[in-house]
Design a binder for this molecule. Structure first.
Ligand code: ADP
Ligand code: MG
Length: 271
């Protein structure tokens, strides 16, 4: 997937994206991070072929996106909307998850298999006959995730996938994404989600202001401040310790890594 000099202006004149260029390779897992209003959802909708750039080009799977073939390309994309109410509309959970696969024209057996598997992965077994609109926000989010998984599209675009999920829901999502080989682009304002789920972070504030590894981003206070991003508390603690004790380690991204550093630093001081 490629965006080449993409800008986007809404009908009321709000300029949401300004000269965004980026390339996402097959199988990559990327987080688009940035504050509210940074243009993350707009960017995902452009990648999904739902919006067309005001200027610039989009290439999806080697084809420049035009209105003519947007429909065909959209079949390759599973899109999780920020708000599950934009996504869920069938009378039962089962029907909702089955909607995509049925629309792909798959045989009934295959539809059943996919729906069962997606419902299992999303952790909503037993919800099949429930009315989606009576579910809690987090439960609806899981239904929407199941719907996206059942499509088995090669590209997954996930808008704030963990917002309002409980810790177990978040853990389930991490495991799901670890088990799929699809290209995944997710948008979030939460750095801990980005670090847990991906190995590339693109910081967006209308334009791309950083594109690199999470381990590089955590060492860029300038970028973080300008995008109103806050490091997870474990990283803030390690950063404060490093500054106040004049130590020179790299900031850790996981608890295991942090423990290793703490042990190492203590050993150096004979503690
Ligand atoms: N339908 C719309 N009409 C006009 N402005 C919009 C519309 N949707 C979003 N915007 C504006 O575009 C900017 C980017 O929005 P969005 O892509 O939703 O940001 P994010 O997902 O990063 O919070 C914001 O200033 C927002 O208010
Ligand atoms: Mg958004």
């Amino acid at each position: 997937m490629k965006l080449i000099n993409v800008s986007y202006t809404y009908a009321d004149g709000v300029r949401a994206l300004e000269n965004v260029s980026l390339t996402i390779s097959e199988g990559e897992r990327v987080a688009i991070v940035g504050p509210n209003g940074a243009g993350k959802s707009t960017l995902l909708r452009i990648l999904a072929g739902l919006y067309f750039p005001s200027t610039g080009n989009v290439e999806i799977m080697g084809t420049t996106l035009s209105r003519k073939d947007a429909e065909r390309l959209r079949k390759n994309i599973g899109f999780l909307f920020q708000d599950p109410d934009d996504q869920i509309f069938m009378p039962t959970v089962w029907d909702d998850v089955a909607f995509g696969p049925i629309n792909l024209g798959l045989p009934e057996d295959e539809v059943k298999k996919r729906v069962r598997e997606a419902i299992r992965m999303a952790g909503i077994e037993g919800y099949e006959e429930r009315v989606p609109h009576h579910l809690s926000f987090g439960e609806k989010k899981r239904v929407a995730i199941a719907g996206v998984l059942a499509m088995e599209a090669p590209i997954l675009l996930l808008d704030e996938p963990t917002a309002n999920l409980d810790p177990q829901g978040r853990r389930d999502l991490v495991n799901i994404l670890d088990s799929v080989s699809q290209t995944v682009v997710l948008a979030t304002h939460d750095l801990s989600v980005a670090f847990e789920l991906t190995n590339r972070a693109i910081v967006l504030k209308k334009s791309v202001i950083f594109d690199g590894k999470p381990s590089e981003l955590v060492e860029r206070p300038d970028v973080l401040a300008s995008a109103n991003l806050e490091l997870p508390s474990m990283l803030r603690l390690m950063d404060r310790w490093r500054r106040t004790s004049d130590r020179k380690f790299h900031l850790p991204l996981t608890i295991d890594e942090a423990l290793r550093i703490i042990n190492e630093e203590c050993r150096k001081n004979g503690i």
